[in-house]
Design a protein around this ligand. Sequence first.
Ligand code: GLN
Length: 536
Amino acid sequence: MAKETKYIFVTGGVLSGLGKGIFAASLGNILKSRGFSVNMQKCDPYLNVDAGTLNPGEHGEVFVTDDGAETDLDIGHYERFIDRNLTKISSIMTGRIYTEVLEDERKGKYLGKTVQVIPHITNKIQKFIMDAGKGFDIHIVEIGGTVGDYEGLHFIEAIRQMRRKVGRENVLYAHLVYLPFLETSQELKTKPAQSSVRDLLALGIHAQIIGCRAEHEIETEHLKKIALFSDVDVQAVVPLPTITSVYQVPENLEKSGLGDYVCEELGLAKRARKGNGWERYLYNLEHTTGEVKVGLIAKYMSNEDTYKSVNEAIQSAAISNNKLAKIVWVDAEKIEKEGVKVLAGLDGIIIPGGFGNRGIEGKILAAKYAREKNIPYLGLCLGMQIAVIEFARNVLGLKDANSGEFDHGSKNEVIHIMPEQRQCMSEDDYGATMRLGAYPCVLNKGSRSYELYKQEQISERHRHRYEFNNDYRDDVTKAGMLIAGTSPNKHLVEIIELPKHPYFVGVQFHPEFKSRPDHPHPLFNGFIQACLKKLK
Ligand code: GLN
């Protein structure tokens, strides 16, 4: 008999933005460290088909999987917490469910029946969930939004029915709530949490685990009260106070005994926990010996999550070198207005990925500053293109050098859409031209990148339309730029470096997506080490 998958559904209430993704991922982490195979999935109520077109300034970073899915940033948390590369099926948005149901309807698959939210949408959701869970011991599914939201009801109904579909012994419902603190009376209130558990109950789901987020100390009395009013075992009401690092959350859940509780409730054999490999990271985090100041030249300044994986990758590299990264966000437009003096005092500069014109000239000034002043530079996707434009303008003397994205028709489009790409580019299917997901890259053995990766062939994730224009390969090479990595057929430039510079690396891909807290990405590690050398 095929092994049965156990399901844990994670919902949230009271407020959004409580860290439901981290809570779900931490559950995954503690179960994985008991030796169970774990998959994770996020169901997002948005009507979008995927996260590809969402504005990162509002919604946070678009995380890309190996198989080229453009997903919500929670998928990045999942990958980092369960240390596994996930796939398309781990991120489903309402738009994708409806698209499939409507396609089935057009094909006549419903045999003349009326097509309805229940059962057709809910069945489709369950199919996505069960397909993703297949073959795993445990499948954790996070429902985006907060309970009671009109737009999330189809997901709640689908997971309610799952208990019948796969057997109640195979399902656990976990609910994350918030306990506000009243300054006037200096007390933590549990009423909103109780109401939220009741809202869920009104939809037919009795929470079996309650995660309690609070910015103040949570006392046993609060937990007992919530347990009593929600009819939940007191060991299953776990405090989640705000802590220094999200990577401490699994350990905190363990301390509350949640790992054993989940195994018991799901009838899983009790297994000893092996530790999650983060011990060194967490030890280093508490024992850092100073700071490294990294400038992130940003376009979106209002949302901390916009460059989530980049931040995580920087911090993980810094911490493995016993330093705390102080990440300074520099508004690219501010550089345009006030000049490079706003970059003074930075130990290194990173230009992350991005789309569109705004702030581009500021980024070019930052790359020039890094190159001329020997400041370590790491260019991620757009950041690599910026480095090439800057080099072409100021070293090759091609004053109008640009990317076709910003100045289409410039005489020197050093970054461009390749002719074969252009053919399949039409106004109404712009997305089709994007290079998405993992591609192989062969490293030049004389490069810094090879020294860091310590292997000749690598695989990294992409999300871009424009490419290095091969007409300029000879000229940049002659002028001192090294083509450090290409596609296996040598056609696409994937990495550029300046060998004479302490650290100047631009990559056409997004290495940040593959960095993990306990094993930082080699390119970020090399970058941080170069920053530290400069500090000495
Ligand atoms: N806008 C650039 C392109 O499409 C870079 C994209 C990115 O940085 N992800 O090629």
